[in-house]
Design a protein around this ligand. Structure first.
Ligand code: ZN
Length: 197
């Protein structure tokens, strides 16, 4: 027997989420069905507001409401440093390192030969636009994975002739790991041990 159409629709929507198969999708749909109307409305509003309100910062590519993110707008941050990361969630991971007060730049991906992603597909043009007299260092904090390392090498090459120091975070992070899973101390050590490339 088929589920009623509206119920089935919700199940199909849940199945689009990563790691959610048919069984989990069914369980979640039943859960929502039994939820209080108020929470269901709040949940639905949060979902529909997300794409309306959340944008990418025009300067760094981080997620924000409005044109520019809180970090880029903050005059107390150290504007002489930019930490380059793959994803917005890496910004939030790096922010756990209280000793880092610089800015960020989000590439929105990494160079991947397997997936056919080239350096030109990443958010890099706007990074070059940010290089000025005030900028002293660009810290490449892409993941210590094959794609992350490839990206770091490409970036270092592209930044070679620019008047800025380019460093790479140290390999304190386990090879193949993701920055957003690393704990604060590991990230701090990795940041402190960064080397010039
Ligand atoms: Zn920003």
């Amino acid at each position: 027997m088929q589920y009623p159409e509206a119920f089935n629709h919700l199940i199909e929507c849940f199945k689009h989420l990563p790691g959610i198969g048919s069984k989990s999708a069914e369980r979640l749909a039943y859960y929502i069905l039994n939820m209080d109307d108020v929470y269901v409305k709040e949940f639905a509003d949060a979902l529909s507001e997300l794409h309306q309100k959340i944008h990418y910062c025009r300067t760094c590519g981080n997620i924000c409401e409005g044109e520019e993110c809180e970090i880029c707008k903050d005059p107390t941050r150290d504007h002489s440093m930019i930490c380059v990361v793959e994803k917005p969630q890496d910004v939030y991971a790096m922010e756990k390192v209280k000793e880092y007060h610089g800015l960020y730049h989000v590439l929105h991906g990494a160079v991947s030969i397997m997936d056919g992603v080239g350096i030109e597909d990443l958010n890099i043009e706007s990074l070059f636009d940010r290089i000025d007299d005030k900028l002293k260092e660009i810290i490449i904090a892409t993941n210590p994975t094959r794609d992350g390392e490839t990206t770091a090498l490409y970036l270092a090459r592209l930044l070679e002739d620019r008047p800025v120091n380019v460093t790479r975070i140290a390999h304190g992070l386990p090879i193949g790991s993701n920055i957003d899973y690393a704990d604060e101390l590991t990230l701090l050590k990795s940041l402190e041990g960064r080397t010039k490339i």
